[in-house]
Design a protein around this ligand. Structure first.
Ligand SMILES: O=C(O)CC1=CCC(=O)O1
Length: 262
């Protein structure tokens, strides 16, 4: 698997589609990895350059000692894009990935020409909620968080089916330190003021059944950004790229066309 080195950190990524195409960069949700985009990527125009990566502490990237600051996650995205000579990308972020997207756009508008914010917000949960999850993962491991997490991620029928079960297994196989590190980053992030300064084309989308960042929360963040559009993906949970990829592909492709990226 291709990777870049940032100091001691080994950041795993996939660079697909057309190498000379307009770039789209994807950042996944906490407790998952770059495979959340597996169902979506084949449905997108293949003349795009489609780059996805594993956040630090997730997938095949290495796990620095937790906790992580949101600033470090944003720097990882910056370093990856610089290493791959990517500028003016559409940055697609899911949940914590969408927080990275917001922070990156504030810091490096040269790297980001548009945002796609999937099931994310300027602030997610409270520091107390995240500290409880960090304590729980430290004491009892990721398995203890698996069932409540899958309830937030997926509607019942999908959760009980084979793909829902697969994602439960993948969640448990994750790195507890990576989860705790990322949870600390979410706990410490409140982007209301900085995100409200953004003016760039933005598509915000959310699953109607999202139990982590419900539609009203995502709408509130979308409304902070001048130039944003808000869409609800009916029947999807917290990660619509997994359970409703065709609907997400249609929205994303139409958005990319509307801004002349394809
Ligand atoms: O586990 C959750 O509640 C979902 C979530 C919040 C931040 C993130 O990336 O995933």
């Amino acid at each position: 698997m291709p990777h870049i080195e940032i100091g001691d950190l080994h950041l795993n990524y996939l660079d697909e589609g057309r190498a000379t195409g307009a770039p789209v960069v994807f950042a996944h949700a906490l407790g998952s990895d770059l495979r959340i985009w597996d169902n979506l990527i084949p449905l997108l125009p293949q003349d795009l350059r489609l780059v996805r990566y594993d956040l630090r502490g997730h997938g095949r990237s290495t796990t620095p000692e937790p906790p992580y600051a949101m600033g470090a996650l944003i720097r990882d995205a910056e370093r990856l894009m610089e290493a791959l000579s990517i500028r003016e990308a559409v940055f697609v972020g899911s949940s914590i990935g969408g927080m990275i997207a917001q922070g990156l756009a504030v810091k490096r508008l040269d790297l980001v020409r548009a945002l796609v914010l999937c099931d994310t917000a300027a602030k997610i949960g409270t520091p107390e909620i995240w500290q409880d999850r960090i304590d729980q993962v430290r004491s009892y491991g990721l398995e203890s968080l698996a069932d409540p997490t899958m309830k937030r991620w997926f509607a019942p029928a999908f959760r009980q089916g084979p793909e829902g079960q697969l994602w439960r297994e993948r969640f448990i196989e994750g790195d507890p330190d990576g989860y705790a590190g990322g949870a600390a980053a979410v706990a410490g992030t409140d982007f209301y003021t900085t995100t409200a300064r953004l003016t760039l084309p933005t598509l915000a989308l959310v699953g109607s059944e999202d139990g982590s960042t419900p539609p009203d929360l995502v709408r509130e963040t979308a409304e902070l950004i001048r130039g944003s559009r808000f869409e609800i993906v009916r029947g999807a949970g917290h990660v619509p790229s997994i359970d409703k990829p065709a609907e997400v592909a249609a929205l994303l492709t139409e958005f990319l066309r509307s801004i002349g990226h394809v």
